[in-house]
Design a protein around this ligand. Structure first.
Ligand code: ZN
Length: 201
């Protein structure tokens, strides 16, 4: 009972480490659809929910099979969007050097989870895997200092989307995404320090 009272029902984190007061929502032209591996939901420091709260037009779906979800079916069947998946690979468009077309509204799928989760999700969702992939050049370490990333250039979901927006919608001020993320990292590290815990949950 008391555990429920202590939980923020927006970010689903304990109220003492809630970041909601620092969220400044923005509405990009791109709609981001965040696909969160169902195992990732159990990890309390994921940034998928933070991203959903920060982008007013975003969608967050938690599962491992996504292609039966009505909203995903609607997107996949529609020809009214330019659709992309943020995932590096030999066939991906590098958005640092290649501009994406603006003839239709844009939807970008972003997989939230570990590198292995992402590969598994694409394997299990062939229609999503078949969408044109986009990627950006590595070159920046994640601020996510306390959570081990599989490679130095692997960013959290909210950092990745911030980077995509910087490249594709440079006139949009998307710094609020990094602001709330850095705030969350700080309160997490502070909380771990005060409680003498390792800063990984
Ligand atoms: Zn909250």
């Amino acid at each position: 009972m008391s555990a429920q009272r202590d939980l923020c029902l927006s970010c689903f984190r304990a109220k003492r480490i809630c970041y909601c007061g620092e969220i400044r929502p923005i509405t990009p032209q791109t709609q981001f659809v965040i696909l969160r591996h169902k195992l990732e939901r159990k990890r309390s420091i994921g940034t998928a929910q933070m991203t959903r709260l920060s982008l007013t037009n975003s969608l967050l779906i938690t599962d491992d099979h996504f292609e039966d979800h009505p909203e995903i079916i609607r997107i996949l069947e529609s020809h009214s969007f330019n659709k992309y998946v943020l995932f590096p690979g030999p066939s991906s468009i590098t958005i640092d050097t290649t501009a994406l077309p603006n003839d239709q509204p844009r939807i970008v799928f972003v997989i939230d989870g570990t590198w292995l989760d992402a590969k598994q999700i694409l394997r299990m969702n062939p229609k999503i895997a078949a969408i044109q992939k986009i990627s950006f050049l590595p070159g920046r370490l994640s601020e996510y200092g306390f959570r081990k990333q599989p490679a130095p250039h692997c960013l959290s979901t909210i950092e990745s989307i911030h980077h995509v927006l910087n490249l594709t919608e440079p006139s949009l001020n998307s710094e609020s995404l990094l602001h709330v993320f850095k705030h969350m990292v700080k309160i997490q590290i502070d909380y771990a320090y005060v409680n003498k815990l390792p800063p990984v949950l």
